[in-house]
Design a protein around this ligand. Structure first.
Ligand SMILES: NC(=O)c1ccc[n+]([C@@H]2O[C@H](COP(=O)([O-])OP(=O)(O)OC[C@H]3O[C@@H](n4cnc5c(N)ncnc54)[C@H](OP(=O)(O)O)[C@@H]3O)[C@@H](O)[C@H]2O)c1
Length: 338
């Protein structure tokens, strides 16, 4: 088998617009089936995207012997349930982020993967984008000296009460939707786990989701690192990550929604050139990060190589998110419970 055959659970916007098209053209992936709670909707999206088979229930898709893997872009509260059902049906699963609402919810996943002989991966596409592999290696190579501080932000404006992000009871809210990104890339670039987390969050008075948060992650070590970031779902759209070291800083210009049709830019500033210097631009060749992520996951299965985003890394991320929510309640730093 040269390509992994995917079935998609739901007609989610992210699947239709971003993930399915590159996975249909993937070097190691194809998409051969899609399911919806509504059979007509499944058929219509299948026709629009050129997907061979359409099902009117998620159960029917999981029973399809001609798919090897499932892409799960359901609302957050359904990630674990349907990932477990897919594993039980013998399918590998690429599941949208966050893989669960809490770390405890995600606990059964590793055992299920083991029991059913499948791989389960959280679809944090940033972690296989070449710009993040390059950012990590520039920091590891000492290009900014010793990394001491990470600062970031991720925001957009969305007050549509019907959007899944604005429904508190199905895993809505900013931390689970976008605060998880600065968290995951901070852990990815440092290669370390924070020891404790502080967070303050503001909740929408009507929808009750966290619409604004400021989070501090403290990484212990010979050189302690502090990462701090803000996220908001009711703010002008912006995103940026900056890594400050003892000798310079590295900026990731478009850290999360990298565009597929133009090079991405990392900007290296050395400490000697002054605060207004333009910096050295490191261009990363254009690529579709969703296609790259699908191919990387499929290749690891087809070639039996290491999973690009291990489940243990995902579980550790959920533990950091849990601690942020605990801190927002307690008003204190919370240590990570894994
Ligand atoms: N990696 C990324 O860049 C990225 C970007 C955006 C979103 N995401 C993630 O992808 C997931 C989906 O986000 P989205 O914005 O694409 O969602 P969406 O458009 O609202 O789609 C969710 C789909 O889930 C199905 N569904 C089943 N039960 C549902 C329920 N109780 N309420 C609502 N929908 C239900 C529906 O499909 P059917 O009716 O067809 O069954 C619906 O179309 C989320 O986990 C989000 O965090 C990731």
């Amino acid at each position: 088998m040269t390509k992994l055959r995917f079935g998609v659970l739901s007609t989610a916007k992210i699947g239709r617009e971003k993930v399915i098209p590159p996975m249909m053209r993937g070097a190691r992936t194809e998409v051969t089936a899609i399911a919806s709670r509504d059979a007509a909707r499944a058929r219509s999206v299948a026709d629009e995207l050129g997907i061979a088979r359409a099902y009117g229930s998620y159960e029917e898709l999981l029973a399809d012997p001609q798919i090897d893997a499932v892409y799960n872009p359901l609302p957050n509260h359904l990630h674990v349930h349907w990932t477990l059902e897919a594993a039980k049906a013998g399918k590998h699963v690429l599941c949208e982020k966050p893989i669960a609402i809490t770390r405890a919810d995600a606990e059964p996943l590793a055992a299920a993967a083991e029991r059913h002989g499948v791989r389960i991966q959280e679809a944090f596409m940033v972690l296989t984008h070449p710009q993040w592999l390059k950012a990590r290696s520039l920091v590891a190579d000492g290009r900014i000296g010793e990394l001491r501080v990470i600062q970031g932000c991720f925001s957009y404006f969305n007050t549509d009460a019907q959007n899944i992000r604005n429904k508190a009871d199905i895993g809505g809210g900013g931390m689970l939707d976008i605060g998880c990104y600065p968290t995951v890339v901070s852990r990815f670039v440092t290669g370390r786990e924070p020891a404790r987390v502080f967070a303050t969050m503001d909740r929408d008075p009507v929808m009750e989701i966290d619409r604004l948060g400021s989070v501090v992650l403290q990484f212990d070590g010979t050189f302690p690192i502090q990462a701090s970031f803000l996220y908001s779902t009711q703010l002008t759209p912006y995103q940026r990550m900056i890594f400050f070291g003892t000798d310079g800083r590295l900026e990731v210009e478009l850290p999360f929604n990298a565009l597929p049709d133009r090079p991405m830019r990392l900007i290296l500033h050395d400490g000697a050139s002054g605060p207004l210097a333009e910096g050295e631009v490191v261009e990363i060749e254009a690529c579709d990060q969703y296609g790259v992520a699908g191919d990387a996951f499929a290749a690891s299965i087809l070639d039996n190589t290491e999973q690009p985003v291990p489940l243990a890394f995902t579980m550790a991320n959920m533990a950091v998110i849990d601690a942020a929510f605990r801190s927002a309640e307690s008003g204190r730093f919370e240590s990570i419970r894994s």
